[in-house]
Design a binder for this molecule. Structure first.
Ligand code: PMT
Length: 218
């Protein structure tokens, strides 16, 4: 039942969380499992695309026919995306990239200090991979995701404009049955001239519908 909607197209997708080291044994991260991004990679490959998947740390097997590059941190994800970007027709940023990382990584395991009940970790901003891709000369069609817990569509529209991308997929993650780590999701795909609601379904089915929608825009 696949129609070859992306035959001859090259697609680059980020998925999963990033991990930002604090010291040799600790890190900052989030609850992304990679399921949504891997489902998109599988759906795009099934439609005939040549797919490169840049994945943060996640426990998922690589979809058939997909080239996978594993990374840990946002900086590594940025570098892998930059190295793979030439000749891509479509970029989908589904990764939950950490916005900040520790300003420095302690070389040795950090120790508790006697008498101190607080500790502070200075953070610095990570590169915005999606906004960076959208700014490159000859940039591919860029699709971002926006996981929000309130004002979902309004915040998503702001991200669409601020990042200079062509489409944003808003997902409401206020309900723990959807979004992060769940097998299901519900999304609204927003572009300058269209808005499509895709009701609660498995990430595999949502990915299939999103790939059909996006391929109609390429
Ligand atoms: O992995 P799962 O468990 O299946 O969950 C899927 C998901 C909920 C993680 C996914 O559907 C999703 O919504 N991903 C985006 C999460 C998010 O909150 O992104 P954001 O609002 O921080 O960023 C917006 C967009 O910019 C995203 O496309 C993100 O990949 C991109 N971004 C953000 C920050 C950054 N430094 N670089 C980026 O490229």
């Amino acid at each position: 039942e696949n129609e070859g909607l992306l035959l001859g197209k090259r697609v680059l997708i980020t998925a999963g969380p990033t991990r930002e080291a604090i010291d040799p044994v600790r890190y900052l991260s989030n609850h992304s499992s990679g399921k949504m991004g891997f489902a998109l990679a599988a759906a795009a490959a099934r439609e005939g695309a040549e797919v490169t998947l840049v994945a943060g740390p996640c426990q998922l097997s690589t979809p058939a026919g997909v080239r996978r590059i594993d990374v840990i941190s946002a900086n590594e994800m940025h570098e892998a995306v930059a190295n793979a970007l030439a000749q891509q027709d479509l970029f989908i940023g589904c990764a939950a990239v950490a916005d900040f990382r520790p300003a420095s990584i302690a070389e040795q395991k950090m120790k508790k200090q006697d008498g101190e009940n607080e500790m502070h970790i200075a953070l610095v901003k990570n590169p915005d991979i999606l906004a960076w891709v959208a700014q490159q000369e000859g940039a591919p069609y860029c699709v971002g995701f926006a996981a929000e817990t309130e004002n979902v569509e309004a915040y998503a529209r702001k991200k669409l404009e601020r990042k200079g991308i062509q489409m944003i997929i808003a997902n409401d993650v206020s309900n723990s049955d959807l979004g992060f780590n769940s097998d299901n999701n519900a999304v609204v795909a927003i572009s300058a001239d269209s808005e499509q609601h895709i009701a609660t379904n498995t990430k595999a089915e949502i990915a299939k519908q999103l790939i059909a929608l996006i391929s109609s825009k390429l």
